[in-house]
Design a protein around this ligand. Sequence first.
Ligand code: FDA
Length: 531
Amino acid sequence: MLTTRPTFVFFLLFLTLPFCSLSQSSNPVYNSFLKCFSDKTKTSQAQNVFSQSNSSYSSVLRAYIRNARFNTSTTPKPTLIITPRSDKHVSAAVLCAKPLNFVFKIRSGGHDYDGLSYVADRPFFVLDLSNLRKVTVDIADQSAWISAGATLGEVYYRIREKSRVHGFPAGVCPTVGVGGHLSGGGYGNLLRKFGLTVDNLIDAKIVDVNGRILDRKSMGEDLFWAISGGGGGSFGVVLGYKVKLVPVPSIVTVFRVETFIESGAVDMVHKWQSVGPKTDRNLFLRMLLQPVTRNRVQTVRATAVALFLGRAEDVVSLLSKELPELALKKENCTEMTWYQSALWWDNRLNATQIDPKVFLDRNLDSSRFLKRKSDYVATEIPRDGIESLFRKMIEIGRVGLVFNPYGGKMAEIAEDATPLPHRKMLYKIQYSVNWQESSPEIESGLLNQSRVLHSFMAEFVSKNPRRAYLNYRDVDIGVNDHGPNSYEQGEVYGRMYFGKNFDRLVKIKTAVDPGNFFRNEQSIPTLPSKA
Ligand code: FDA
């Protein structure tokens, strides 16, 4: 779908060209929306609505495009961008957009890997929540209200302002937005101790299809459950969440150790499968696999990257028993505060020295070309399977894999506690390829490489359905045109993301948004009507 099909591009151009060539004030869609929006909010909203002829349109759109594949001159662009500054603005924007029949995309941090929050193949608006970024931390209550447009870096920074022994179990990229991350599940390196981000929710606020602002009590447990990992974009506009903070020690340990095929990577990665998901839940030991050329020889580099909620000597002692193949030494380890470890995981290796405020930097309009896919492993891959995988990675060329261990707290939570059902899996795989060159040939070659590796992995990963992680958005696994076969189309990707929980999500969707106003290429469909 978001591979820009020519028929849709033509359709889009046909519908948008007349408006593009108009000045903002003579654009009927702009005028109609703006009048309604200003009337409902009782203030002029001209500074919060951007048509394509507004001089700021491009910079507002590009600020939160995080994948350069969707930042080209041919990428379909929204007819309007709306940048609300309050919850009531969001409510008014929903009510004013509904009668205009445009697809209504919601964007918080813009990190959707396939650009679903700011691209569509038919005329659309973007509701950009980046102005709703309040984070209120209450240490006495061990909780925080975090707004949808806040970034994870801002959340971590605000916690640090109040406490050095509290943290929050969410993703490792500081510019990821709260709105998409939490509504899609969310996880980071505290997962084995505290579960997913959504296992730590207390409350939420959402604007529903009727423009009502609802909290957990008024939305009810079904809708609250759905927006705890079922993808916000199917159910309404999430305004924010109240979350539980978690205790972290005042000193934690991080390390990164590289091994190559020649230095025992096959055995180490094979053994890791029985350690990473089962070891002490204070340890999150990620494995990054990357084909590289070393000393003119093609090989695979296996990098173990870890957070240990404890001291260096304890993790060295633990892994000397459980994973001696890694040969971890104390000099590989660095002790620091939990907040510094978040900086370190963001590749700031001088984390103990740099200004903590770097996490407040939103790095606007910065993106690279990338593609991600996902898989889950339920049973260990045999040693010869790891060997053949390494050979295949070298043959394919550029695609890397990230093995993220589950186990610990994750495995103790019921599969239907939240929409994400993959609780009992050993580990999750992320397929990862980045590139710098703006070239359609390079892009299609690398997208193909990621698909080839994904096909190769079929025999080693979960089956019936093959599982996937919603927040590693991948339109290759199916898309929805929301036509007559919407339910069947939705079931294809929906079962991969949600397993049996798909059925409950469909029922909730049908109850809260029967007209399917909140939709995207991989949203939850409504139940087919009984003809
Ligand atoms: P974006 O604004 O693009 O939204 C993503 C989806 O959620 C879209 O469908 C959008 O419509 C919907 N949405 C957004 N805000 C909404 C709202 N307020 N209400 C309703 N729907 C809304 N994941 C992870 O679990 N752990 C990790 O460590 C990382 N790390 C990471 C690093 C980098 C560099 C990237 C690009 C991505 C990740 N991710 C990740 C994936 C990330 O969690 C996922 O892309 C999130 O959906 C991003 O949320 P944003 O709000 O930034 O995205």
